[in-house]
Design a protein around this ligand. Structure first.
Ligand SMILES: Cc1cc2nc3c(=O)[nH]c(=O)nc-3n(C[C@H](O)[C@H](O)[C@H](O)COP(=O)(O)O)c2cc1C
Length: 194
């Protein structure tokens, strides 16, 4: 592919009802300033309690989708059209609930239906307090998602700065780690070699 034909990367970004969603536009800004990309966003209903679709739309300069049955511009069937546009699909932060839906194939909202419609690996950034993260069902769901070929990105204790091997509640990984996962998972067939 010639250089001039190379198009912007389209990132489909799912936001769920985890505490980490409060600051998620900082992560989006970081990715946008370090990668030639556009971000299309799907927000769950629960996530709208933590951050407004308006502020996400302002930051990404793109419409934000939540309703499975909405029609906007060329997006007529959102779960099909948005996943069809995506060169990479990331869910950050990913709630325990949405992880469970992804494992089970439940599609009862736009984000979870998009999990089913997307044919490539999805990057999940689990985000919950340590009690929830230690729950065996949550652990098993994360392990299963990984075994299905998806990518799990988590904060380690060094990144969270506790210095004692534990994580702060609801820690998110550093933005660099998320950017690197995105870079590594761009659909290279459309772009050629990086
Ligand atoms: C104040 C508050 C904080 C929450 N934080 C988290 C969280 O960090 N991680 C998580 O998995 N769930 C968290 N929850 C629960 C989710 O919001 C809830 O399970 C919701 O149904 C998730 O829906 P979604 O996956 O469709 O976004 C929180 C709930 C409340 C009220």
């Amino acid at each position: 592919m010639k250089n001039e034909e190379v198009k912007k990367v389209t990132i489909l970004w799912g936001i769920t009802g985890s505490l980490g969603s409060i600051n998620i536009t900082d992560y989006m800004s970081y990715v946008m300033s370090n990668l030639d990309c556009q971000i299309m966003t799907i927000m769950t209903d629960a996530s709208r309690n933590f951050i407004s679709p308006y502020s996400v739309g302002l930051k990404t300069k793109n419409p934000v989708f939540s309703d499975m049955f909405s029609q906007e511009g060329n997006i007529r069937i959102p779960h099909v059209d948005l996943t069809g546009l995506a060169d990479v699909f990331i869910v950050a932060p990913a709630s325990a609930n949405s992880l469970a839906k992804a494992v089970s194939g439940i599609g009862d909202d736009l984000l979870s239906t998009s999990f089913i419609a997307y044919e490539k690996p999805i990057i999940f950034v689990p985000n919950m307090n340590e009690k929830m993260r230690r729950n065996r069902i949550v652990q098993s769901n994360i392990d299963k998602l990984r075994s299905f070929g998806n990518i799990i990105v988590e904060a380690n204790s060094e990144e969270t700065g506790t210095g004692n091997g534990t994580k702060k509640n609801g820690s998110m990984p550093e933005p660099e780690k998320i950017l690197s996962a995105i870079r590594n998972n761009i659909n290279l067939s459309r772009f050629g070699s990086p």
